[in-house]
Design a protein around this ligand. Structure first.
Ligand SMILES: Cc1cc2nc3c(=O)[nH]c(=O)nc-3n(C[C@H](O)[C@H](O)[C@H](O)COP(=O)(O)OP(=O)(O)OC[C@H]3O[C@@H](n4cnc5c(N)ncnc54)[C@H](O)[C@@H]3O)c2cc1C
Length: 368
């Protein structure tokens, strides 16, 4: 049996961020990944770091505060990862635009504007002319828009690559091709995991297996209530840049990358683990994107993909101790890229001191 202080199950952004942060604190960490780190949702995401966009109509409550706190950690988190690795991960802070194409959509945005403004969040309402000054390629059919200057984005694939390297440089042992098949228990304590290759013991196991978190412990009753929600993204390429900002309409978002790619997303589909790109999604996403940005007609199609958001019954993450020796850090649903730094910090605090610096009651594993 091989031993470490901590075993992290799953090498997505949550597992890698936790492993990196723990190792920085001097904890010995072994990360077990069933395929390659960063091969699932953390690769499929669009990389928006967007608390206000996610809570347009309800910008308050513990989840919103958690998202805001994580966004505040992002600049230092990125600076550190870039310094440790020498890699750039394309962290951008241009803000996001929400477009309205008719009166009804304008009314929805106006209501969101009032709510966000009332609690002091940064939000501007723009006339059609002002929208076109900022983004000349957007459709003439845009009636008005909201601008959220504090919304950021990161190239999540570059971030995953850098985070894996940073974790290794801090001494994390990453074992790939190691599906965890079950937990080892002694009395009422989890003391390790069983994989297809070996058994591994540790004082603490952290389940970060994303949409597959329930499969790590099939003997748990009731099963961990985490399920996959499929999201599809289409990628186009434009030679001359078309957009500076992330742009949302009622039916899609468009995320511009520096290399000319435009990520157009996404769907929300409850279809189990069926990782398929469907013609229906492509048709709808491209039509919605063309309404906002007619010039996509001249773009080159690059690729399309599907990934699984880890969802829970209340759509909130599950963070904290499930039983002695077992912590859960999963269920990040639509915001796992955004929530990686705060999750890593809070779980590290739980491991090293038994206490988290934020109240984790809304996210506790036993709430279901
Ligand atoms: C289309 C789409 C767009 C998104 N856009 C955004 C966005 O703009 N901003 C944002 O913040 N979030 C976004 N998300 C959500 C975000 O991607 C997820 O919340 C986040 O990636 C979850 O990270 P994770 O590490 O928990 O899961 P994952 O990245 O899925 O990682 C889980 C890992 O566990 C491994 N694993 C599973 N079972 C086992 C096992 N038994 N043993 C060992 N390893 C195992 C898997 O192989 C995988 O590598 C998006 C998601 C999708 C699908």
């Amino acid at each position: 049996m091989r031993t470490s202080d901590v075993i992290v199950v799953g090498g997505g952004i949550i597992g890698c961020a936790i492993a990196y942060t723990l190792a920085k604190e001097g904890v010995s960490v072994r990360l077990l990944e069933r395929e390659e780190p960063g091969c699932e949702a953390s690769r499929a995401a669009a990389g928006m770091l967007a608390p206000q966009s996610e809570a347009m109509h309800e910008p308050y409550g513990p989840f919103f505060e958690l998202c805001q706190a994580s966004l505040r950690l992002y600049p230092d988190f990125i600076a550190e990862i870039e310094e440790v690795t020498g890699l750039s991960v394309e962290y951008r802070r241009e803000g996001a635009l929400f477009l309205a194409f008719d009166f009804a959509e304008g009314e929805v945005l106006a209501a969101a504007y009032e709510k966000q403004k009332a609690i002091g969040l940064a939000v501007e309402d723009l006339t059609a002319d002002e929208v076109h000054q900022r983004e000349p390629a957007l459709s003439d059919a845009v009636q008005m828009a909201l601008f959220l200057p504090d919304e950021h984005q990161v190239d999540n694939r570059k971030l995953m690559g850098a985070l894996i390297l940073a974790a290794q440089r801090r001494g994390v042992e990453i074992l790939t091709g190691r599906p965890v098949l079950g937990l080892l228990r002694e009395g009422d304590r989890v003391v390790g995991v069983r994989t297809s290759h070996d058994v591994y013991s540790a004082a603490c196991v952290i389940n970060c297996a994303g949409a597959w978190a329930a499969t790590v412990d099939l003997h748990r009753h009731p099963p961990l209530p985490v399920k996959p929600i499929r999201g599809q993204i289409v990628v186009l390429h434009t030679r001359a840049p078309l957009l500076e900002h992330v742009v949302h309409s009622a039916h899609c978002y468009i995320v511009p990358r520096r290399d000319g790619r435009l990520l157009i997303g996404s769907t929300m589909e409850d279809v189990g683990y069926e990782k398929r790109v469907t013609a229906d999604a492509l048709l709808r996403l491209l039509a919605a994107a063309r309404q906002a940005l007619p010039a996509i007609e001249r773009c080159t199609f690059i690729e399309a993909w599907a990934g699984f958001r880890p969802d829970t019954p209340d759509h909130l993450p599950i963070l904290g101790e499930a039983e002695p020796g077992l912590l859960l850090a999963t269920g990040h649903f639509r915001n796992g890229i955004l929530l990686a730094p705060i999750t890593a910090r809070l779980i590290t605090e739980l491991v090293t001191s038994g206490q988290a610096s934020r109240d984790l009651t809304p996210f506790r594993p036993h709430r279901f």
